[in-house]
Design a protein around this ligand. Structure first.
Ligand code: BV8
Length: 232
């Protein structure tokens, strides 16, 4: 299929699979590549269960910083296009590894959040998951006195079975899978494109090639907003 024909309107069941690159143009740092979060912070000290158990205040300092940055950022044109495509075609599904909530803010419905959300916290004491949009967070502790734990899937955490099932089901039944801004370096999310049927058309949007580029029918090399605009 020639690049010019790859238009959203040519497909019935579209799945977007997004990573940190989708939010790069909004000013939210990616994880890898220059200026990436993991090049400045060692996730073992700031973003895993062991670090949280060892020093919850240090982990909360790191996550509060990310709340403040994300709260000051706006969804970019790529987020808006995803929301527009889903409005035009409600069968469109959006799977994200991102925790910044920018897809929600631009009106995308039923996002499958594989790695949780910066804007949700869990209390082990009361086993409650609550939404809290304050940046920095209003209180790091629950009324029961326990620290809230960010409702984020850290390295070493299992992903939510239902979310992964929903993601696999969506990809199995799509006729267009479009991956936007992921380095395909974190598992098991990185393997999701393998669930697409052979007849599905697969597009990768990324200025760089990735370990999964050969899995795609088309690699659009450039920033998300520019590349998605071409498909409208
Ligand atoms: C688990 C938290 C069971 C959220 C993150 C095999 C199978 C299963 C697990 C593993 C396995 N091998 C290893 C593991 C363990 C581990 C793993 O994958 N390690 C990697 C490093 C090898 N996986 C886990 O621990 C997972 N849990 O499987 O449990 C288990 C446990 C232990 C051992 C075995 C099994 C949990 C993974 C979730 C980790 N959570 N972060 C947060 O803090 O935000 S990781 C982090 O990476 C984020 O979640 C992020 O979403 C994810 C992927 O990164 P990307 O989104 O792709 O971002 P990145 O910066 O890498 O790339 C950005 C891309 O955008 C680049 O390619 C760039 O070129 C591009 N770009 C830049 N600008 C733009 C752009 N694209 C478009 N437009 C632009 N303008």
């Amino acid at each position: 299929m020639a690049t010019t024909e790859v238009k959203f309107s040519n497909f019935k069941k579209i799945v977007f699979f997004t990573g940190a690159g989708l939010s790069a143009e909004s000013g939210i740092p990616t994880f890898r590549g220059k200026g990436g979060t993991w090049s400045q912070y060692n996730f073992e000290d700031y973003a895993c269960q062991k670090a949280f158990d060892r020093d919850p205040e240090k982990v909360w300092d790191f996550h509060d910083e990310r709340r403040v940055v994300a709260a000051e950022c706006e969804p970019n044109r790529a987020h808006q296009i995803i929301a527009e495509v889903q409005k035009m075609n409600p069968a469109t599904k959006v799977i994200t590894q991102n925790i910044d909530g920018l897809l929600d803010r631009v009106g995308v419905k039923d996002t499958i959040e594989l790695h949780g959300s910066l804007w949700r916290v869990r209390c082990y004491g009361c086993e409650m998951v609550t939404r809290d949009d304050t940046a920095p967070i209003r209180s790091r502790k629950c009324e029961c006195g326990q620290y809230f734990r960010p409702d984020i899937v850290w390295f070493g955490d299992m992903l939510d079975d239902l979310q992964m099932q929903n993601a696999r089901t969506a990809i199995r039944s799509c006729d267009l899978l479009i991956s936007v801004g992921t380095s395909a370096s974190v598992f098991p999310a990185a393997h999701l494109p393998f669930y697409a049927m052979p007849e599905a058309f697969k597009v990768e949007v990324n200025p760089e090639i990735t370990d999964m580029t050969s899995e795609y029918n088309l690699h659009l090399s450039g920033p998300a907003s520019e590349m998605l605009e071409k498909m409208l």
